[in-house]
Design a protein. Structure first.
Ligand code: BYC
Length: 334
């Protein structure tokens, strides 16, 4: 091919060099499609960094879903009624399903599930900071539904329009289920706040006090300290910035807290007539980076649980593989 000899660009700013006119044309076509708001499918040409960024974000998201099963799973055997137990079981199972959709979406980018899990188990891959906090009481379970799933929905609805179609499709299904998760959490807290004892009401307030600030951190660092945002938004992977989503979450949640009858633990929270938003206090970003760096209250415990589940589940994976090989042999023989 004549294009092999036509180097068009040198390596620049960490971006891999575009070596051929053919690649430059592919890049131009890709950029035009992104600008036009088109979706990119798995078989379409895409720049290496777009692929890498997606793999990073989708695999982290998948890991968050399955690590996210642990704090709530901790309460399945201690749910206060049969109804709440059935709801919690279904919710935790849904999170496992979300992990599967997301691992499958990430696999379309060329990395195997085993490789992704290996990165999680070795501590190389990240997952959401929020799941490194403990669930101390039953009210934590409702608060996770209300606030953590509420923040997740705020963050994830715009990803339904992500430029990478397999991720966008997975997110549509996930968001539908997440809205039930949020409502069941709120409903469980409302039951305690409206009909509960003083001790139960205090338990809800205590859980809200502990989860509020970590939930605000879920959206990631401030925009001016977010290294991946500009490129992620340019590529249509992220549609709305970290700070904008955080503000939308605060604005939506304040009224829900009022209806519930709890206060949010922020003395600086006040309505700003000029901006038409709720102003809120300063987030402790040193805590966020400590948790992301592995030093949160439950990081070690969460990772150890995932590694143990992987090791103890080996016989299940082997049995499933043996079964599918047997089925394939039977189908071939028929
Ligand atoms: N926790 O440049 P930035 C769920 C990292 S699942 C840990 O702003 P980006 C649920 C970030 O990865 C919740 N790390 O990054 C499940 C980056 O490090 P690397 C998960 C965080 O990617 C079960 C560095 O900080 N949701 O809701 O542009 C039950 C700089 O950040 C966090 C998703 O994953 C964090 N909170 O934006 C209930 C949604 N924030 O990777 C609920 C999809 C930032 O360069 N993900 N970092 O080493 C996203 O939307 C984006 O990846 C983020 C970060 C907004 C999270």
């Amino acid at each position: 091919m004549y294009t092999q000899a036509m180097d068009t660009m040198r390596e620049e700013g960490g971006q891999p060099a575009l070596r051929t006119a053919e690649e430059a044309a592919l890049q131009q076509r890709f950029d035009n499609r992104i600008d036009a708001g088109d979706f990119i499918e798995a078989k379409d040409w895409m720049p290496d960094n777009y692929r890498k960024t997606l793999l990073r974000q989708i695999s982290q998201h998948a890991h968050s879903e399955i690590v996210g099963m642990l704090p709530e799973g901790n309460w399945i055997t201690r749910a206060p009624t049969l109804k709440r137990k059935a709801i919690l079981l279904a919710k935790v199972q849904d999170e496992g399903g979300h992990g599967l959709y997301l691992y499958a979406a990430a696999e379309t980018l060329g990395q195997s599930r085993d490789q992704m899990l290996d990165s999680l188990h070795s501590g190389k891959a990240k997952y959401s900071s929020i799941f490194n906090y403990p669930t101390l009481t039953w009210a934590d379970v409702g608060t996770i539904g209300w606030l953590v799933d509420g923040a997740a929905i705020m963050n994830q609805v715009p990803i339904c329009r992500c430029s990478y179609a397999p991720y966008a499709r997975a997110m549509i299904r996930i968001c539908r289920e997440e809205s039930f998760h949020q409502r069941q959490g709120y409903d469980s807290l409302l039951a305690m706040m409206q009909n509960g004892t003083e001790a139960q009401k205090a338990m809800v307030q205590d859980a809200v006090n502990r989860w509020w600030w970590p939930c605000l951190m879920m959206f990631g660092p401030p925009d001016d300290q977010s290294p991946n945002s500009a490129q992620g938004m340019r590529w249509g992977i992220k549609r709305v910035s970290n700070d904008t989503l955080r503000q939308k979450f605060v604005d939506a949640t304040v009224q829900q807290a009022q209806v519930l009858g709890v206060s949010l633990p922020d003395p600086d929270l006040r309505w700003n007539e000029a901006t038409q938003h709720w102003d809120f206090g300063t987030i402790d970003w040193s805590e966020f980076w400590r948790v992301v760096g592995g030093e949160g209250p439950c990081n070690r415990e969460r990772l150890a649980m995932r590694v143990a589940a992987w090791e103890e589940g080996e016989w299940v994976r082997e049995a499933a593989l043996a079964h599918s090989r047997k089925q394939a042999r039977k189908e071939k023989a028929a």
